[in-house]
Design a protein around this ligand. Structure first.
Ligand SMILES: NC(=O)c1ccc[n+]([C@@H]2O[C@H](COP(=O)([O-])OP(=O)(O)OC[C@H]3O[C@@H](n4cnc5c(N)ncnc54)[C@H](OP(=O)(O)O)[C@@H]3O)[C@@H](O)[C@H]2O)c1
Length: 296
């Protein structure tokens, strides 16, 4: 049986764990820091799914698997190193379900030479109001590069209820998501306001500036994005339900560390490398750093 280990069984990882276990043809293990109990997934159509996944609490008890699904927050990646060291062997693929554009740079140094990273764009909208309880708001979809490992990951997920889309332009896919996140995560977390904050014209203008900087960096990085992306993003955010926010807003409200460095911080880093000024993203990165508690 193909062995799959999940590291980071929160909102996204919980949806993945339940989906992969439901195929009945995979040996799925949850690698957790403290006991999780039964997973409960509230699906958008109202169904409630409960599933028990075998759990390992100590990296020393983990052994090598075929696939690792890494779905911690980006700033929690280094903390997952003891798991990755035990779970990876020659040929292990590590699917990185995290936001941002630096999946390989962040994770590859933590793996042995023989394991490989498969970056992914996560189109799963979910929140975990308490450990083991996940509210899923959409039909889960993951986008991966159209390469051998991506094709095999799509086959792994068949029958899981999670759609895996292959793209021959992963650079565009990943930067498009980051352009959106550059505005919505930062502004909702800094203001502690939900999406209607973008109805304020000055806030909307700041959002456009954050997206436009990210778009310029994305374009110089090889992404193919429309010139009016910033207007499109703000228009989209303004049509979202009033109660919707962002995972950075939920983390800020809960007093947890914020995932700003993989988002606005990544725009600033890439901009510096490419000689593109990013003053708006630099400013919100500094403010998010100031309000984010340390730790993981
Ligand atoms: N949620 C969404 O709707 C969504 C959408 C698109 C993209 N994403 C991205 O997907 C990634 C995951 O987000 P999420 O919302 O699923 O985060 P989350 O709900 O905060 O889950 C993260 C999980 O990682 C676990 N974890 C952290 N460090 C660990 C360690 N050292 N060992 C084992 N487990 C560890 C946490 O466990 P504890 O319970 O022990 O803290 C938690 O269960 C992020 O990059 C996020 O930006 C999320």
């Amino acid at each position: 049986m193909t062995r799959v280990a999940l590291v980071g069984v929160g909102a996204v990882g919980g949806v993945m764990a339940a989906g992969l276990a439901s195929t009945g043809r995979l040996e799925v293990t949850a690698c957790v820091r403290s006991p999780l109990g039964e997973l409960r997934i509230d699906r958008p159509e109202g169904a409630v799914e409960k599933v028990s996944i075998p759990q390992v609490l100590d990296p020393a008890q983990a052994s090598a698997v075929d696939w690792v699904v890494l779905a911690t927050k980006a700033h929690q990646t280094a903390g997952a190193k003891p798991w990755l060291e035990r779970l990876c062997a020659a040929g292990t693929r590590v699917v990185v379900l995290q936001n941002g554009v630096e999946h390989r740079e962040r994770v590859a140094p933590l793996l042995g030479a023989a394991a490989r990273v498969l970056p992914a764009v996560v189109e799963i909208s979910a929140e975990s109001p308490q450990r083991g309880h996940i509210r899923l708001f959409n039909r889960p979809r993951i986008v991966v590069p159209e390469e051998d490992d991506g094709v095999e990951f799509a086959a792994l997920c068949q029958g899981s209820g999670i759609t895996v889309s292959l793209t021959d332009d992963f650079v565009t896919a990943t930067w498009e998501k980051l352009c959106l996140n550059a505005a919505n995560g930062a502004i909702t977390a800094l203001t502690t306001r939900r999406m209607p904050v973008f109805d304020n014209p000055r806030v909307a203008q700041l959002g456009r500036a954050l997206v436009e900087e990210a778009r310029q960096v994305a374009t110089a990085s090889g992404a193919n994005l429309p010139d009016d992306l910033a207007d499109q993003v703000i228009a989209r955010l303004r049509t979202m339900p009033a109660e919707s926010g962002s995972s950075m807003l939920w983390d800020r409200l809960a007093g947890r560390p914020l995932e700003y460095d993989a988002r606005n911080g990544a725009v600033v880093r890439a901009g510096a490398r490419l000689g593109i000024p990013t003053p708006y993203n630099d400013t919100v990165t500094a403010l998010l750093e100031a309000v984010s508690p340390s730790g993981a």
